[in-house]
Design a protein around this ligand. Structure first.
Ligand code: NAD
Ligand code: DAU
Length: 345
C-alpha cells in the first residue's frame, strides 16, 4: 500500500508516520508538508530514509494531482490547527483547511483514490459541564472558532464529495491529543516547557474547561482501524474516555515536575472559549473493535514530560517566538471567582 500523508511533519501526522514505519514496514509512505511554523522535519528523525518527503502546499493543485496519481490512499492531517492563532488571523485557516481540502478532494476524485479525512470533535461546539450527553456521530455541527468552523466546512466538503461524486472517503473526529512532538503553543507542552524554563504555567480563565484527552498513538491506531475496516462514507468519533478539566491538568503537570501545585498564573481567557468536549466512541469500538492502549492519563503525562525533558533540541527553536506571540495578547489576571464558567469576573 502506498500512502500519501499530508501534514506528516506536524504533531499527529509525524507520530502516524513513525508508528506506521514501525508497525507496517511493507507500507510505502510519501509525506506532503508545507513546513509551516508548525511542521519540522526533525519530527521525522529516524524514518526520513524510509519515506519520501515532499515540501509543498496542499492547495497546490498541480503538485497534489501528481502525488495523488501515484498512491492508493490519502490520509489528510495537514491543517492550521491552533484556535488561538485562528482568532488572531483566520485567513490561513480558510486557505489551508477549506481550499486545501477541496484541492485534495478534487485529486482523489480524478484518480479514484481512497481518502481518509482527519478532523476534530470541535466541529460539534461545546457541552455544559453537567450535560450527561457526549458527542456522537449524529450530533449537529455547531463550531465556535474560525479554526473549528473551517474544520467543520472541510468535513462537509468530504460528505458532499462522497454523495455527489462517489469519492471513497471516511472521516474521523477526535478529541484532544497529547504525547511527543506536539508544538509548544498547545496547552500541555506549553506548560511543561515553561516549567523547564522556570516560567509559571498559564491557565486561561478559571480552568474549569474540560478536554477529553487521548494519547496520540491511540488516535493513530484508530485511524488505521478506519482505513483498514471502516465503512466508506462513514464518520467515526475517536476518544478514550479522558475527560479532565484544565486546572487539574496543570496541577498534575506541576506535581509530576516537583513543583507546588498552585505555582501557576491565571491569564486572559480565550475569546469564545469552548467549555467542555466529550466523545462517545461506541461506533468505533463496536464496529471496528478498536480500544485505546493508554488508559492512565497521569502515566501518559509523565512519559510526555520525560520526552520534552529529553528532547529540548526539538522544541527549543520554537519556544521564544511562541511565548512572544502569547505575551502580546495575554496578561496575568487575578484568579477568577470559583464556580464561574471559565470567563473572567
Ligand atoms: P499541527 O499544527 O501540529 O501540524 C500541522 C501540519 O500541517 C504541519 O506539519 C504543517 O506544516 C502542515 N501544514 C499546514 N498547512 C499546510 C499546507 N497548506 N500544506 C501542507 N502542509 C501544511 O497539527 P496537529 O495537531 O498534528 O493536527 C493534525 C490534524 O489533526 C489536523 O487536521 C487537526 O485539525 C486534527 N486534530 C488535531 C487534534 C489535536 O489535539 N491536536 C485533535 C483532533 C484532530
Ligand atoms: O478537541 C480537539 C482539538 O484540540 C484540536 O482540534 C485542536 O487542533 C487542538 O489544538 C486542541 O484544541 P484546544 O483549543 O482544546 O487545545 P489547546 O491545547 O489550545 O488548549 C487546551 C485547553 O487549555 C483549552 O481549554 C485552552 C486551555 N489553555 C491553552 C493554552 C495554550 C490554557 O489554559 N492555557 C494555555 O496556555
Amino acid at each position: 500500500m502506498h500512502i500519501l500523508v499530508t501534514g506528516g511533519a506536524g504533531f499527529i501526522g509525524s507520530n502516524f508516520v513513525q508508528h506506521t514505519v514501525a508497525t507496517r514496514p511493507e507500507a510505502k509512505i510519501t509525506v506532503l508538508d508545507a513546513l509551516t511554523y508548525a511542521g519540522t522535519k526533525a519530527s521525522l528523525d529516524g524514518v526520513l530514509d524510509r519515506i519520501r518527503f515532499v515540501e509543498g502546499d496542499i492547495a497546490d493543485a498541480a503538485l497534489v494531482d501528481s502525488l495523488v496519481a501515484g498512491v492508493d490512499v490519502v490520509v489528510h492531517f495537514a491543517a492550521e490547527s491552533h484556535n488561538d492563532n485562528s482568532l488572531a488571523n483566520p485567513w490561513p485557516f480558510v486557505q489551508t483547511n477549506l481550499v486545501g481540502t477541496f484541492t485534495l478532494l478534487e485529486a482523489v476524485r480524478r484518480h479514484g483514490v481512497r481518502y481518509h479525512h482527519i478532523s476534530t470533535d470541535e466541529v460539534y461546539g461545546d457541552l455544559e459541564l453537567d450535560d450527561p450527553q457526549r458527542f456522537c456521530e449524529s450530533t449537529p455541527y455547531n463550531p465556535s472558532s474560525p479554526y473549528s468552523s473551517t474544520k467543520a466546512g472541510s468535513d462537509l466538503l468530504v460528505r458532499a464529495w462522497v454523495r455527489s461524486f462517489g469519492v471513497a472517503a471516511t472521516i474521523s473526529n477526535c478529541s484532544n491529543n497529547y504525547g511527543p512532538r506536539q508544538h509548544v503553543e498547545k496547552f500541555i507542552p506549553r506548560q511543561i516547557t515553561n516549567i523547564i524554563d522556570g516560567v509559571r504555567p498559564k491557565l486561561y480563565g478559571a480552568g474549569l474547561n474540560v478536554r477529553d484527552w487521548i494519547h496520540v498513538d491511540d488516535h493513530n491506531s484508530a485511524v488505521w482501524a478506519i482505513i483498514e475496516r471502516g465503512r466508506i462514507g462513514e464518520t467515526y468519533l475517536i476518544g478514550a474516555d479522558g475527560e479532565v478539566d484544565n486546572l487539574t491538568v496543570i496541577r498534575e503537570i506541576l506535581d509530576l515536575m516537583g513543583q507546588p501545585v498552585d505555582a501557576f498564573d491565571h491569564v486572559t481567557d480565550r475569546a469564545g472559549h469552548d467549555l467542555r468536549y466529550a466523545i462517545d466512541s461506541t461506533r468505533l469500538r463496536t464496529e471496528l473493535g478498536w480500544e485505546p492502549q493508554y488508559r492512565d492519563f497521569r502515566s501518559g503525562l509523565a512519559a510526555t514530560i520525560d520526552w520534552y525533558r529529553d528532547n529540548e533540541s526539538w522544541w527549543r527553536p520554537m519556544k521564544a517566538a511562541t511565548e512572544a506571540a502569547y505575551a502580546a495578547t495575554q496578561q496575568v489576571v487575578a484568579a477568577p471567582v470559583a464556580g464561574g464558567s471559565g470567563e473572567e469576573h
